[in-house]
Ligand binder design. Structure first.
Ligand SMILES: [Zn+2]
Length: 402
């Protein structure tokens, strides 16, 4: 029997045609359109015919026909129990979900397999994306594997970093046909690149894929949560992650709700040198969603150091995310804290170079939440380790090379 799913607006309740590529409901910019699964066959979940593939969770993924399932080689790495970190922070059970071992070394591969599969099923052979790094790299590899044409818009202020990441990926994984990928260096800032990508997609009649409102991303990212639930057999008391647009945290919540109908506590961590969502949650900035609210970036954690409040913010509030900042004092504090946090990860078996700065922020966030008594000693904590270390901070060279 074919699976069924639909998309319904969280604001007005309207159900939309699931075969149209729509970012949000016409009722409101906040009209998020999540996927819902009304008739899940839990006896078939996870489906053993798919082995370790993320497709074993297909009962709660948005694909009608498994012939359209694209396989990007995403692997499951079991939760790592961190005894030393737990002891250091006065907690009993701390785990790391290590997703920096994925093909492009970040959890963004999980977004790409789902987005590409669903767009293929909807009849698209070509799509448009916009990115400055990890997510775009994952989608480019996915396009090369699935032989879908991808127009990737990259702003010129990220060109050097992009070229490094892109050439590194092709060098390590270049057996696929990257002629399907067309890179457009366009605009100076990311916002300009997105505007240009949007205009291009409209002109060509192609779907534009980026950020939180692409709910196919949320569904793909959800498989990280489903693996954690598979290992724990229950929801953790806390899931803590570095917070950019909130795709990871929102998808973790959604997975827990679908499988156990219960939400964990969610910790969204930003570096104090660039923490727009934390400021908003404290009432320090308001009415500025989508606009730049942090003018002087004082952080090395560029993976989540984004100077504006995303349109996702109201939805993160709705699901009860606890926003917290770390590294008060900016870059100077970060340089002092990074080595200690890296050592903690290493002591508990996280390989060198595999914990990125976003993961260090998440770890510092767990420490702070435990100190404040928000995480209780008896509670189970899962830390999302979402990507490898890849920033050129001279003080961390030894770590990068080791
Ligand atoms: Zn609506």
């Amino acid at each position: 029997m074919a699976r069924r799913f639909y998309r319904q607006c969280v604001k007005c309740g309207k159900i939309h045609d699931v075969n149209k590529h729509i970012r949000n409901c016409d009722c409101s910019p906040e009209g998020l359109l999540p996927f819902y699964y009304p008739e899940v066959n839990w006896d078939n979940y996870p489906d053993p015919r798919y082995g370790d593939s993320v497709w074993r969770f297909h009962e709660i993924l948005p694909l009608f026909n498994m012939e359209n399932a694209i396989e990007l080689g995403i692997k499951k790495f079991p939760l790592i129990r961190c005894q030393i970190i737990a002891e250091e922070f006065g907690l009993s059970e701390v785990y790391v979900k290590l997703d920096s071992m994925q093909p492009t070394e970040t959890f963004k591969d999980r977004e790409a397999f789902m987005t590409l599969s669903r767009l293929k099923e909807m009849g698209y052979k070509e799509l448009v994306g916009a990115s400055t790094g990890d997510s775009g790299i994952s989608h480019c590899r996915g396009a090369a594997i699935s032989k879908m044409v991808l127009h990737m818009f990259v702003p010129n202020n990220a060109r050097q970093r992009w070229e490094e990441l892109y050439s590194r990926m092709i060098a390590s994984d270049g057996s696929y046909d990257y002629s399907f990928v067309q890179i457009h260096y366009s605009g100076t800032t990311f916002d300009e690149a997105i505007a240009n990508a949007y205009a291009f997609a409209n002109k060509m009649g192609l779907p534009l894929e980026y950020w939180f409102y692409n709910q196919m991303r949320i569904e793909g990212m959800k498989t990280l949560c489903l693996e954690v639930l598979e290992d724990l057999g229950r929801i953790p008391d806390w899931y803590v992650q570095g917070l950019g647009s909130g795709t990871g945290i929102f998808s973790f919540w959604k997975g827990c709700m679908e499988v156990f109908n219960k939400s964990p506590n969610l910790g969204g961590i930003q570096p104090a040198g660039c923490a727009p969502m934390v400021l908003a949650s404290r009432g320090l900035v308001e009415g500025t969603v989508g606009k730049r609210v942090v003018s002087n970036l004082d952080t090395y954690v560029i993976g989540i150091g984004i100077p504006k409040i995303f349109e996702s913010y109201p939805h993160l509030c709705r699901i009860g995310v606890k926003f917290e900042d770390v590294f008060e004092g900016g870059k100077k504090t970060e340089l002092k804290e990074f080595p200690r946090l890296l050592e903690l990860f290493h002591a508990d078996g996280i390989p060198r170079g595999k914990a990125g700065l976003e993961s260090l922020a998440a770890l510092a966030g767990v420490e702070k939440l435990a100190k404040k008594g928000m995480i209780r000693p008896d509670q189970t904590v899962v830390i999302g380790c979402t990507g490898r270390l890849r920033l050129d901070v001279p003080e961390l060279q030894a770590e990068m090379e080791g």
